[in-house]
Ligand binder design. Structure first.
Ligand code: HEC
Ligand code: HEC
Length: 413
């Protein structure tokens, strides 16, 4: 190359460089850019809080209590009434049924894999399964159970006395331990990687996903941009986004739904103006009281969706296809709508492929459990007190990392 040719080259290179730089400065950040760094993953071992290590008696107790409606005020409602094992541990209703005489304003999420979530509820307002179980059974619109009354009931079930003794060293069943037992049981309700096509695929079995699901995965990570919010082992950033999900028609037509929503607004200090203006779920705002969070909801896990319809915080979509159509249209309208949503221009085949991929994040067969036979309440009589077993010098209470029993523990019911 002669000198003129070199000079031309250098000029061209400078022009290209400047152009690229100018584009980089003026372009909005490309939504696909972080996608390379974000990925889906298989589930790690379940995180277990040190203060609530499981033991066999605790898990047995937790399973019974999850199905036991005697934890609710009128004995009608158990955790399993709303988190139905045969329905993906969620519920077929768009909006949850509440305590009799109520109707809730949100869809029942599944409890499957909730063990991995660090923010629970659609607005992320709770952060532990223990606190969640307590709230669920005592909230007036859900379990409506009065703590002292539930505790008395547990104390009059001989089989429960024996299990609380073995699990926690309780002389008499302690209510807080009921929530711990339920939470410990929930930590066993997780997907088994061997049963989930995506996990088998990620583990190296290239045949685990159908051709359609593989195309769906490519769309999910690429053109459709789902990975931006749905990544990691649970397919969620655990963040909060406003998507403009359509209004749930029951919000306008069902008086009990409106009552529950307005009650919620009053409980959580929504101003009358905000209450009147919205008449709808304020979402993340309830936890932060920051007006920028109105209408934002936690990105849910995408695991086990095959069994948990309907979808979204208000159950407004009956099928995964409807969800994909919604994202294809760029979401809906909302004041603080996420800038990550835009019309996707998906073809019919693209949509089928995305749905096939979403289904491949579910277990081949549903994870189910039969309702156990519940032990009866009996008159107290001359009940034997708990003699905590000692194993290697440690009482069961010590081995679960619990501190000394509260003084009430030794009192008779
Ligand atoms: C009346 C129906 C009802 C009952 C009874 C009920 N739940 Fe729920 N549960 C819901 C609804 C609705 C939500 C979501 C509420 C929200 O976001 O505000 C929920 C949320 C949860 C979550 C959070 C899941 C997530 O992904 O954030 C867990 C865990 C859970 N419930 C477990 C339980 C347990 C354990 C019990 C029994 C102690 C119970 N629930 C009783 C309806 C119910
Ligand atoms: C901006 C972040 C974001 C992006 C991008 C995104 N999602 Fe979501 N996704 C969410 C949030 C937040 C919700 C819950 C919204 C609500 O209920 O109001 C959700 C809900 C869902 C649900 C319902 C799950 C359930 O249990 O109800 C599915 C399915 C879903 N997304 C799939 C997808 C797919 C497929 C894509 C790509 C086409 C996608 N998402 C892109 C944040 C996002």
């Amino acid at each position: 190359m002669n000198a003129r040719a070199w000079a031309a080259w250098i000029v061209a290179a400078v022009i290209i460089g400047v152009t690229l730089q100018a584009r980089a400065a003026s372009d909005p950040p490309a939504p696909a850019a972080p996608a390379t760094a974000l990925a889906l993953a298989t589930l790690p071992p379940v995180p277990i809080p040190a203060a609530n290590a499981p033991n066999e008696a605790k898990l047995q107790l937790g399973r019974l209590l999850f199905f036991d409606a005697r934890l609710s005020g009128d004995g009608s409602t158990s955790c399993a009434s709303c988190h139905v094992p045969q329905h993906g541990w969620a519920h077929e209703d768009a909006l949850a049924r509440g305590y009799p005489g109520h109707r809730l304003w949100r869809n029942n999420p599944t409890v499957l894999n909730a063990a991995y979530a660090t923010r629970l509820m659609w607005d992320g307002s709770l952060d532990s399964l223990e606190a969640q179980a307590r709230a669920a059974m005592q909230a007036p619109v859900e379990g409506n159970g009065k703590g002292t009354m539930i505790e008395m009931r547990l104390r009059l079930v001989p089989a429960y006395r024996a299990l609380f003794c073995r699990a926690f060293g309780d002389a008499w069943p302690q209510l807080d331990h009921a929530w711990q037992a339920i939470a410990a049981y929930e930590r066993t309700l997780v997907s088994d990687a061997r049963q989930v096509p995506l996990d088998r695929y990620l583990a190296g079995d290239r045949t685990a996903l159908s051709a359609s699901a593989r195309r769906g995965l490519a769309l999910f990570e690429g053109k459709a941009g789902c990975i931006q919010c749905h990544h990691g082992a649970m397919a969620t950033d655990e963040g909060f986004h406003a998507l403009g999900v359509p209004r749930q028609p029951l919000d306008d037509s069902h008086p009990l739904v409106q009552i529950a929503m307005r009650w919620q607004n009053a409980q959580r200090d929504a101003s009358p103006a905000l209450d009147r203006q919205g008449r709808e779920d304020l979402g993340r705002w309830y936890a932060t009281h920051d007006s920028a969070d109105i209408g934002k909801f936690r990105t849910p896990t995408l695991r086990e969706l095959k069994y948990t319809a309907p979808y979204m915080h208000n159950g407004v979509f009956a099928t995964l296809r409807e969800v994909v159509d919604f994202f294809d249209a760029g979401g809906g309208a909302a004041p603080h709508k996420s800038p990550l949503l835009r019309p996707l221009g998906l073809s019919q085949q693209d949509k089928l492929d995305l749905v096939a991929f979403l289904e491949a994040m579910s277990s081949d067969r549903p994870i189910v459990a039969d309702a156990p036979r519940l032990p009866p309440i009996e008159p107290l009589g001359d009940a034997a007190a708990c003699v905590p077993q000692t194993a290697g010098g440690a009482s069961p209470a010590a081995s679960t990392g619990l501190t000394a029993q509260r003084s009430v523990a030794t009192r008779r019911p």
